[in-house]
Design a protein around this ligand. Sequence first.
Ligand SMILES: Cc1ncc(COP(=O)(O)O)c(C=O)c1O
Length: 514
Amino acid sequence: MPKRTLDTIWWPFVQHGLSNSENDVTVIDSAHSDFFSVYRPQGDKNKSLLTPEFDGSASWWTQTVGHAHPSLTLAAARASGRYGHVMFPQATHLPALNLAERLVQDGPGKGWASRAFYSDNGSTGMEVAIKMALRAYCVRNNIGDDKKQLGVLGLNGSYHGDTIGAMDACAEGVYSCEWHDAKGFWFDPPSVGITNGQPAIDLPRGLSALAGEKVAQAPSLSWIYDVEPRLRSSLAETYRTYIQDQLKFLEIRGQKFGALVLEPLVMGAGGMIFVDPLFQRIMIDVVRSQGDGQLSGWKGLPVIFDEVFVGLHRIGMESTGPLLGVHPDISVNAKILTGGLVPLAITLASKSIFEAFWGDDKASALLHGHSYTAHAIGCEVANETMKIMQTLKSSQAWKDARAMWSQDESPKAAWSFWDPGFVYAVSQLPVVKTTMALGTLLVIRLQSDSEAGVSERLDDGVILMSCQVTRPCLHRLLLLPYGNVSPTLTILRTPPLALLLQLITELLARLHTS
Ligand SMILES: Cc1ncc(COP(=O)(O)O)c(C=O)c1O
């Protein structure tokens, strides 16, 4: 299989010039729970040919309740037997309707969304979101020929997928292609991390000059993620001034924007950057404060939350609006939505966004669709995933994890399945620069000579990281390399945490002694 693979397959995100030996091919026999079962003969006929390998990136952050979960598999079989795939325009079926109602009324859309639009994956969900936002902006502002000039506002390090429109909503970087045309402006974000046992906010150059400090120390992570009281702080004032001044400068330069697009709280693929939530909240407030207060619905610019990575409890909360204290006008979910079994995405929109497409001519409708839109099997699996999640939310395991991160009785937004003792202790190792944990996500950022982010030096970073993580460990840890960052996810069932901690401790010990 390795030889046939090297001869025929074109991998995603892989430089074949660097991965061209048969040892570079991981032959997955099957997968169960947190582990791949990998074909790896050990030269001893008494030993199994298969080795369990921890799925360190939760298969690109899709896995939710473990590989091969019986309830999800049965849900897929059920919908497959009843519908297979059926086309969706002017039609409905129970799996799609139930899921849309659940997400709009009692999910990430609660309190603001009125419509759910289906597509196939995170990238297409974002394409739809951008089309919705730009149309709403143009209709509201009577923009005609100038509409092609509209860009988006966002943050450096963001990633919204690999289709061309989703890429154009991001700054130039390694994920860009020849056709890429970075349409917008992206602020450098202040980021949260634990350095030497101390939570802190690292300010990028422009902001640190204004604030008079490079790093803002924080009493605790819960303090950082308690956004409302921080709105009155001097740092909030600095953020506000910085953002307002930049926007004025961009206006003078003639740049025009039709949406604010954010990956709330954590920018995943662009480098696992935990953005200071206060900065994102103030971006939204500033943009909305520039809007016309007389009109219903959104103000200033439509705000898109790309929750493809962070949404549906990946980072310990169903959606990020309640923590930020503001709702988006459009949001996107995928990945966890279907428990990691089949692809599906949903774009939620408020009433006023939907109304921008309302009319009596077909041309003004949202003319977007995919062959497998509202795939019945995907929707049924998603409904089953949401059901399991509902039970998990009140489970003892989740209560225990929350309790570990609470200094007092009150439930805290910033919590994780990872043991805080471990996360803080690892941050004090000499090889470690910062650690951070939220929900299932643990990021250990290693010391490196370069301050450059992954987007500027992916190749170096990958080499660096892959030679570190491929050293033999207890089980070979399969971490997805992203520069000097190791993104590691547990699945939401929080099973063998002790085992995972042991694996990572061992890995770090090896790095430390090498
Ligand atoms: C925040 C975010 N948005 C969009 C996408 C694209 O999703 P997909 O790979 O399903 O197209 C990703 C993928 O990692 C993502 O992390």
